[in-house]
Design a protein around this ligand. Sequence first.
Ligand code: 3PG
Ligand code: MG
Length: 412
Amino acid sequence: MKTLDDVHLSGERVFVRSELNVSISDQGVADYTRIEASRPTFDTLRERGCRVVVCSHMGRPWGRRDPSKSLRQLIEPLNDILDADVRFVEDCIGPARDEAVAALGEGEILLLENVRYHSEENSNDPAFGEALVHGMDLYVNDAFGTCHRSHASIVAAALAAPERCAGRLLQRELTQLELMHNPDYRPTLAVIGGAKISGKDGKLSIVENLVNTVDQVAVIGKLAYYFLIASGIEVGVTMSADTRGIDAPDASLADDVEACRGVLAQAQALGKPLLLPVDSVVNVDGRDVLVSFANEMVPAAGRALDIGPGTIESLKAAIEASNLVVWNGPAGYFEEPAYRAGTLAIARALGRFGGHAVIGGGDTVAAVASTIGEVHPSIHICTGGGAMLTWLMGAELPGVAALEAVPSIQRS
Ligand code: 3PG
Ligand code: MG
């Protein structure tokens, strides 16, 4: 895979697929992380006098022109962050866009309207991909957070361009994740939380893959209770149908637990047993109690909602004993302030930790992490949720594969 260091840059017309999918409220952009993280690619291209055409999605308008998802709203934030005078065009393909591209001077930036206003984006339409990069000399993918999607601006456009490479942000994200395979960073610890276990983007396959790739895996969040059931612990109504429905609509609890038994056995056989909660904060009839699994089970009417102090201590010790920690997913029901303690304790432990951490996933973890990340340069906050999970699963990212592909073979 080529990077910006491997291609000729001097005044070329460059199509950059950026990750500018940010949420916008009446107060403006909620979080600038993704825009700021996109800056290094723009800086490099502008320093070399390239004419930069920026493409991104925002939200999921899927083929409809929804004004609340217009990238027009990013002109000002981009001007501020890039110290530029960004131009804008109402459509990402077609005559108006071609004209605006032709008028671009050296070092200038043209922002294209939301690529998801076209349904062909979602279907990875080859003709749409060609129209996106029409007249371009180079395609740059800098949208790590969307690399798990086989969409036209991610795959078809890359294959249609005369040349393609990774931008600085994509390069950085992959370098950070690759540290997991770097022997200098051992021992490595993965901390995986959240709720959804089975299905296409469930986390069971991630735990399974990580057991084979890192030195230790800790499972937290609702995910952990599947493994606890598999180890013979009763979890009350933690997994009752009403709470499981959204996490696992297609699989039976018995199937999920059986799959967890397999992963537990596999981890045991590899000599690296999973680190599971040893205690939990459990809500029983409206009251919170602490349940320690050494000598208790969750009462029949109880729902486990956060990890307890014993678990926090064992996670702290595991973090301290590692050189690299990869963390994705909260430890408890973070939406409720009463059940944030576990997630916040992990964040604090990583803030004090002398090693390197790669953190991403849900907005929750990214938000918690950004507070400590600002003061700790050895903590990397990943800009991708689903893309990071796909990577942790050991699966191919279509956006990365498209950069590595030989286009003539791919397109024939
Ligand atoms: C994200 O925010 O997860 C990426 O921008 C991808 O967006 P999507 O989940 O709507 O494809
Ligand atoms: Mg997503």
